[in-house]
Design a protein around this ligand. Structure first.
Ligand code: GAL
Length: 969
């Protein structure tokens, strides 16, 4: 509690994915976007505006130590610009560097070379621990440098991730192991508190449990699960009810912490899509489930994810596709138009101004005493006159009924039955409310309010309280005052009030038209929820232009602004009040509490004319005129084409390819069933497409070839014998490997043949259960059989990305490119040597099985001052031939599209990867997995509503262009 009382507000955090590192930012996970630091800053203002004060981030080890012993966290992988941006935005950070992170990322963040480690992953085995040392020391030192004790934003450190489940007789939980991970952080200079995230509330490593204990115990919770296919179904029993009891059993001395609470869901290949996930985990889910968490007096609440982002550059695990939108409050293209963003803002801002919540005493859920119907359940958080909170919901939490009720609440004015002035309180289906009692608004005691509190502020000459209710609801408010009620805005006729001498009671029906009542020096804004969504509470920076961290002082300094899409910051310079904000429509702006010395209003740097009404509210308007956005037609670019499967030509020379000649595998997960290892990670190839070439001299008696390639869920594979196409496995989500037998044509005795196998590696498995070792699940060829021949008759070579762990592209990192010829050569980068390539478009495609590669450039000239989300869209209206596409934008892989599996057809690519004012290079690999060939049905660049933005100009990330690669084959 010491930690929390320093902030005076609950720690509301959220994981987000940001930066180029798919550092997944929980609430923001860093490990995602080669998206410049400015981007992060932007995400953070959007998080800050929610009323949140912290962001958690994962660091993905695989991205920063692609080669064992070489930690490289520079350029897009540099954490420091992200840390600096967080500090600037006044957002604390919770660092989650693993080494294991899960996160729907390839290998759960483990680099591919860990498949070769001698030792069980996530245990005390020396081979594994030694492998972690270099990463842990480096990332730990960077985190230590930016922890709060050194003036940085990082306040918490999470060792490991969901160290909760085991199998296969490994020692578990292994206190020595957990202690080792913690010592690594401490040895690197990390002094901030350690917090863990048990996968469920099982008390692992809680303080007092001895070796390996953390400072603050926390657990995770995903109550509605991950099945987005039925987005309106809330199965019975899914709402947690025992968290408080477990907390008191497991870690009563630490602030109650949920380190990952469900903020959305992942979605598999072929899944229902993220719009369905956003619906399942929508604003109603937030209302009921997050307020339920509040009923347990949650003190640290971290949402996973608030912004998921993109699995660019092979970052994802095999069960997920390119988008990691997650159905989160911030969409993959950084929009905040989902209602769940607005709903979250109501709750976050309420927590920010309700410190009494942290000191009240939570009671048990009850159906009697507070509400007059057993259809409703109430959890009280009680205090003696200093702020009580009553969390109400339907007893059947998934009920869609509207239930009327009376409340009986203990207040400083005695127990009151509410409503006192007539009318009926209603709780609609899938709603939950927090009724406040003896709520302190800067010295004014709100005896109770049935309408919910959004925020309140004390200004130099008045106080403002903003409360809201659902449309059509009746509400009542009682204030300890001898003053009368005056309706200073809106119609008085719909508002009833009664003075009792010591208190005033006000009743009203919620209306879409705002009413303001004045009681003494307090103005109360009566809003409906949808109007409340338009209110923002920026902390007013008085020193400089940045809001600063959320402390009692900075929170108290905030102003209230009614605007539209987003208000980012507010600050005063002399007599000038500056507001920065984003707009997606013409927007009326009102300012409540403009400082008395402020005389001029500037919106996004432009002086605004404003009026002041009798209540002191400043009003102005920002006009939105949609800019002209003209985007090139991708279909009519000057596309250049290259066959990127030269391997099947008779003249092809593979002498530079690595031999697959290891007769033992270091991989302990699965024994070899082939004479030499064909596991790609044994040879340093762990990302992107894999190619194998097996050479043999025929006897003429071979009739079939069986091969069992393994690429992970939804993978595909194609096989050729010399130039003859044998066939493909086109992929299904449920198959990670697939045994296929192909008939061979009559082979000529004594002649040399080459079998070429192409495998789509979907990423490495995660390693959630300790001991199961799933991350070591091999990629490549598990088994093969050439009929009538010994397996040793075939000698194999293989390739993935050029150089494997000695990867070529140090800028875009170790995972971005795979093993296609064009990728090995670097042709996916800007300015490939395409002058002599054939002119042909991916819309023309190819007429037989194979893999084509296309490159083209286009210019963009988007207006400055606008945030315009852009998407590459692949048409899929008919059932096309099965094909797989990789999309490269300025050398960054930003999409894997599978025509016969889906669901993703639209691929957002952020500004900074795209040059919005300049030249861009787009490349597409098109793999036809049928003898009919394949072509893109359509390919378009599109945009969604341009947002007039206060976001500073986005700097593009480094986009090295093609240069001939030494030793490329
Ligand atoms: C948790 C894990 C996260 C993420 C989440 C599901 O178990 O800690 O990393 O995988 O589940 O999205």
């Amino acid at each position: 509690m010491k930690l929390l009382s320093a902030y005076g507000v609950a720690l509301l955090a959220a994981q987000a994915a940001g930066v180029a590192i798919k550092h997944r930012i929980n609430g923001l996970t860093l490990t995602e976007h080669p998206d410049a630091a400015k981007r992060e800053l932007l995400q953070k203002y959007k998080v800050k505006a929610l009323g949140f004060n912290c962001v958690s981030f994962y660091v993905d080890w695989a991205l920063v130590e692609g080669k064992p012993g070489e930690y490289r966290a520079d350029g897009i992988f540099d954490l420091e610009p992200f840390f600096n941006a967080a500090k600037e935005a006044g957002i604390y950070l919770l660092a989650r560097p693993g080494p294991y992170i899960n996160a729907e990322s390839s290998g759960g963040g483990f680099p591919g070379w860990l498949q070769r480690v001698n030792g069980t992953l996530r245990t005390s085995d020396k081979g594994y621990l030694d492998a972690t040392d270099n990463y842990a020391a480096n990332v730990g030192a960077t985190i230590a440098k930016h922890q709060i004790t050194n003036g940085g934003p990082i306040i918490l450190y999470q060792p490991e991730n969901e160290y909760t489940s085991s199998c296969c007789s490994v020692e578990f939980p292994n206190a020595d192991y957990m202690q080792y991970v913690e010592d690594q952080a401490r040895n690197a200079g990390v002094v901030i508190p350690l917090i863990n995230n048990d996968a469920s509330a099982e008390g692992h490593n809680a303080p007092g449990t001895g070796k390996g204990a953390v400072d603050i115990y926390g657990h995770d919770s995903y109550p509605l699960g991950f099945d987005c296919a039925n987005p309106t179904v809330w199965p019975s029993g899914d709402l947690p009810t025992d968290f408080r009891t477990l907390h008191l059993e497991q870690s009563p001395t630490t602030p109650y912490s949920i380190v990952e609470f469900q903020g959305g869901s992942y979605d598999p290949w072929g899944g229902p899509g993220f719009a369905a996930c956003a619906e399942l985990l929508n604003n109603e889910f937030e209302r009921v489930f997050y307020k339920n968490d509040f009923s347990f007096q949650i003190a640290i609440m971290n949402l996973y994810m608030i912004f998921g982002g993109t699995n660019w550059g092979n970052l994802g695990y095999p069960n997920g596709y390119t988008s990691y939108d997650y159905g989160s409050a911030l969409t993959e293209s950084r929009n905040i138009t989902r209602e769940k963003y607005s709903e979250l803002k109501l709750l976050g801002n309420f927590a920010k101004v309700s410190p009494a919540y942290l000191t009240a005493s939570p009671g048990s859920l009850t159906t009697s005493g507070y509400a007059d119907t057993a259809d409703l359940s109430v959890t009280p958080l009680l205090s003696n006159g200093t702020g009580s909170f009553f969390v109400i919901r339907h007893s059947d939490y998934s009920s869609e009924d509207s239930t009327s009720y009376k409340l009986s609440l203990p207040t400083s004015a005695g127990t009151v039955t509410i409503p006192q002035l007539g009318g009926t309180l209603i709780l609609n289906g899938r709603d939950s409310k927090i009724h406040v009692v003896d709520y302190n608004v800067s010295g004014t005691n709100i005896i109770y309010s049935t309408a919910e509190v959004f925020t309140w502020k004390k200004f130099s000459d008045s106080k403002v309280l903003v409360i809201y209710g659902g449309s059509g609801e009746h509400h009542e408010l009682s204030i300890a005052t001898k003053s009368n009620v005056t309706v200073v805005e809106g119609s008085a006729s719909e508002i009833t009030s009664k003075q009792t001498g010591k208190a005033v009671v006000i009743g009203w029906d919620v209306s879409a038209t705002r009413r303001i009542v004045q009681v003494g020096d307090l103005k109360v804004l009566l809003l409906d929820r949808n109007s409340a969504y338009n209110y923002w509470v920026p902390q007013l920076a008085t020193d400089g232009t940045e809001p600063g961290f959320s402390t009692q002082e900075t929170v108290a300094s905030s102003i209230i602004v009614k605007a539209g899409y987003l208000v980012r910051t507010a600050y005063v310079e002399g007599a000038d009040l500056y507001i920065t904000a984003d707009f997606n429509a013409t927007t009326a702006i009102e300012v409540f509490g403009a400082p008395s010395n402020a005389k001029n209003l500037f919106i996004n740097g432009d002086k605004a004319k404003y009026t002041v009404d009798k209540n002191g509210i400043w009003s102005t308007e920002v006009k939105y005129t949609a800019p002209d956005i003209s985007l090139p037609s991708l279909e009519s670019l000057e596309w250049k084409y290259l066959d990127t499967l030269p391997e099947i030509q008779s003249s092809y020379d593979d002498s530079l390819w690595p031999d697959a000649d290891l007769d033992k595998t270091p991989n302990t997960f699965r024994e070899l069933t082939t004479p030499t290892s064909l596991y790609s990670c044994d040879y340093g190839f762990s990302t992107g497409y894999l190619l194998y070439r097996g050479q043999f001299v025929a006897t003429g008696n071979e009739s079939t070839f069986l091969v069992d390639p393994q690429g992970g869920s939804a993978f595909g594979s194609s096989v050729w014998l010399n130039g003859t196409y044998l066939g493909s496995w086109t992929g299904l989500y449920v198959y990670s490997d697939y045994n296929a037998t192909f008939d061979l044509p009559q082979l000529e005795a004594g002649k040399t043949y080459v079998i070429t196998v192409v495998i789509d590696n979907m990423g490495l498995e995660e390693n959630w259960t300790v001991g199961e070792e799933l991350m070591k699940t091999p990629r490549g060829i598990l088994n093969f059989e050439l009929s009538g021949r010994e397996a040793s008759a075939i000698s194999w070579k293989l390739t993935g990305n050029l150089g494997g762990e000695d990867y070529e592209d140090k800028v875009r990192g170790p995972l971005n490119e795979g093993g296609l010829y064009a990728e090995r050569q670097g042709f996916h980068q800007p300015e490939p040597p395409s002058q002599n390539w054939k002119s042909s478009s991916p819309l023309d495609g190819i007429s037989e099985a194979g893999i084509a590669f296309y490159s083209a450039s286009f210019d963009l000239d988007l207006p400055t001052g606008w945030d315009v989300p852009l998407y590459f869209n692949f048409g899929n209206s008919t059932t096309p031939e099965p094909y797989r596409v990789q999309l490269y934008v300025n050398g960054y892989q930003y999409g894997k599209y599978i025509s016969n599996i889906g669901p993703q057809t639209n691929f957002p690519v952020p500004e900074g990867i795209l040059n919005y004012r300049g030249t861009n290079w787009v490349a597409v690999s098109l793999w036809a997995l049928s003898s009919e060939g394949a072509k893109l049905e359509s390919f378009e660049l599109s945009y969604t509503t341009p947002v007039l933005t206060a976001l500073a100009e986005v700097q593009s990330v480094d986009q090295p262009k093609y240069t001939a690669r030494k030793g490329a084959y």
